[in-house]
Ligand binder design. Sequence first.
Ligand code: ZN
Length: 264
Amino acid sequence: MIRQLIFVLLTFFAVQMNAQMATNIVDVNECPNKTISLSIHVVLDTAGIASATPVMIQNSITTLNNSFKAMCVQFKICRYDTVYESIYNVKTGLNYVKEITTKYNVPNTINVYYSASVTPLWGSLDGGYGVTVSANDVATMSDTVLRDFMLINYNDISAITHEMGHYFGLYDTFDTQFGNELASGTNCATTGDLMCDTEADPNDASDPQCHINNKNLKDGNGEYYTPPICNHMSRYQTGCAKSFTPEQFNRMLLMFKTKRNYLW
Ligand SMILES: [Zn+2]
């Protein structure tokens, strides 16, 4: 009986160890000490105005750098140009993205386009403020021009930190493409954003400021959500200082090393 109990306990610990190893793919302390080059392209609006100024953009990059300090990755503006063709503010579709990136992209750098467009160049804007190519998007990643496209709306240039999360392979905390994460977190590694240190997030879009509705929302097991409202990959506007979690840094480091290792 005791022997059986010991066996069960050992099996339990072995499974736990495996689970921990699986989540710690890359050690956060493994510091790549890399400064990545950004190429900024400001698209003038139809009135010939850029409502995001160089100072505003630099400030948003400083904030971005503070958020990535723990990962030992920093970003530096190495090119700053103006796109005078305001047509790129109003046109939508992949063809226009291909056109603008072919004309303006600097290879092996992250090309950040700032535009006034409410209808994006490509797909649906992430929360209305940005769009980029995820390191998880195998098809687009094979296109050496498109893979480094990022678009930020003038109206909220701080969205660059969230978009950079996507660029390095993070999912939104409220993503459901892999299934709904339970509030208990028991299925956290295979559902939601695949991260176990970001709580399940119902992202009630009707209440982004106060998330009071979310507090009253229950999951499929009847348990209340406690969403990660101060995480960069959530969409709450609470005013709290947002951050990434260790697992998110680990995933971004892994993507940096395996999918984005061509960056200058
Ligand atoms: Zn997003």
